[in-house]
Design a protein around this ligand. Structure first.
Ligand SMILES: [Zn+2]
Length: 255
């Protein structure tokens, strides 16, 4: 910021104070949100764990179903061999046909059940792949979350140290400000969500966007008085446009 050396000393201090306060506010907001960030990371891990658990459950259900069908096959095979023995010992044609009928029925049942086992085996391949995929995702999430937690912890330490520094700087700075001016700043800051200082540019207050009276704006341009915006009461300052950048803009415009 290119400020004239002739700027009112208290105005210059208020601008510096606003910078410290805005920075401290940002740090504080970040720190307040920290438990939420940690909770979101935990939720992410918990979701991944649940996905592994449900993939495993579906595979286990498939394996149980297969064991159940295999038991049924064994039952029908047992009946089939019993019928085969009986077929050797039958006395009449009628008995023989009856047993043949039972055997055909048992064989058809076995065929159906074996088809079902094949289906379950095919499903099991997909389900096993799904378990591996979910485990891989969980593993990746665990690494990411661990890294993010470390980064959050480091940021938290950095911001707390920065806040201490900002508070110390504030303490020194406010000691040098005229008490009445400081009281005005604190009052506006309290009413305006911590933002008590505003730049005036092109004749308007850049925060409430209300046009200033030309005479007031001209006074603000001099930066030698403490002037409040009529509308939002913020303390206004002016940033003179550096001559070099105006020249550069003109240069660029020609190309
Ligand atoms: Zn304003």
């Amino acid at each position: 910021m290119c400020l004239r050396i002739t700027m009112n000393a208290d105005l210059e201090r208020l601008i510096a104070l606003q910078k410290l306060d805005t920075c401290a506010q940002d740090d504080e907001h970040w720190l307040v949100d920290e438990p939420g960030r940690l909770a979101a990371l935990e939720t992410r891990l918990e979701t991944a764990r649940q996905q592994v658990a449900s993939a495993k459950q579906r595979l286990a259900d498939n394996q149980n179903a297969r064991r159940g069908v295999e038991k049924d096959v064994a039952v029908h095979q047992g009946r089939l061999s019993k019928f085969r023995e009986q077929a050797m010992a039958v006395k009449t044609n009628q008995e023989y046909h009856a047993i043949q009928h039972e055997m055909a029925f048992a064989q058809a049942e076995i065929k159906t059940l074996e088809d079902r086992i094949l289906e379950l085996m095919v499903d099991a391949d997909d389900l096993t792949a799904a378990v591996k995929k979910a485990e891989g995702a969980l593993n990746a999430d665990q690494k990411t979350v661990e890294a993010e937690k470390k980064a959050l912890a480091a940021e938290s330490v950095r911001l707390k140290a920065e806040l201490d520094q900002l508070r110390a700087e504030r303490h020194t700075l406010v000691g040098a400000i005229e008490p009445k001016v400081l009281a005005m700043f604190e009052l506006v800051a309290k009413r305006r969500n911590g933002l008590a200082v505003a730049e005036a540019r092109d004749g308007i207050c850049t925060i409430c966007h209300v046009r200033l009276r030309p005479q007031v704006f001209n006074t603000i341009r001099r930066n030698d008085e403490i002037i409040q915006c009529d509308t939002c009461q913020r303390i206004l300052f002016f940033v003179p446009q550096p001559v070099a950048s105006q020249a550069a803009t003109g240069e660029n415009a020609r190309h």
